[in-house]
Design a protein around this ligand. Sequence first.
Ligand SMILES: [Fe+2]
Length: 314
Amino acid sequence: MSVMRLGHINVRVLDIEEAVDHYVNVNGMIQTHVDPLGNVYLKCWDEWDKYSVVLSPSDQAGMNHIAYKVKSDADLDMYKTRITEAGIDVEEVPAGTLEFVGRALKFKVPSEHEMYLYAEKEYVGTSVGTTNPDPWPDDLKGVGAHWVDHALLMCPFDPETGVNTVAEVTSFMVDVLDFYLVEQVMVGPDGDIQLATWLSCSNTPHDIAFVGGPVSGLHHLAYFLDSWNDVLKAADIMSKKRVKIDVTPQRHGITRGYTIYYFDPSGNRNETFAGLGYLAQPDRPVTTWTEDQLGAGIFYHTRELVESFTTVYT
Ligand SMILES: [Fe+2]
């Protein structure tokens, strides 16, 4: 596995000042840069690279691109060949095109999302450093998220016409980018249609997830917190700050994570995801959820899907 982790996500926002206030004072991120176009770059306190979120002013919310960091420059050459052999056009992006990032590969995955792979990004260090570090820094803001953990992307899906880009993008991520399948939701009369998948490139239950829907989009980006107590406190902070909460603290059946779904001021869904869930391994047997138990898979306590979960996204 040469893809290490989610490197950053570029999110479109309607009002950049409101957005920065949310990502700093609710999510606890630190602003590290503003480029000449007004894009704002942020990192979490426990992250060491220059940024993990880029906020771009726009008149439409959603995601511009998602970027994953690979181990070495040579991996980029290897993936360029493999992506091309998979029939997908790859653009070589010179160093510096993405701010503070080395050369990168740009391509569209089968679910129409724009993805980058890169090997280098400017190192700035965590807020506690690397020598005799404290477990957390002073002056944490908001929920004080450790890092951006994963994203869930909505993928064009219509069983009536046979369109299933969840299955296509999942195959691509596994066969070409070396992710492995951890959990899946299977639907249809014979239970053989992949509606949703959770994939890892590390040892966390998911570094990316895909769910079928009417159109391609961003379902949520998630922040890591330590514990259930942190999730409870995060919900308190969201209420104090009048953040629109989609789903109050819950456990996911899928991945076993402790969650809150909430929205940034532009309507992009965020999540706080806590707990390890379990230690994912490439040879771990794939967990399958059936259509009749989908509610429990997503929201384990209520065992019912919230309507907005599949209908509201950017
Ligand atoms: Fe999530």
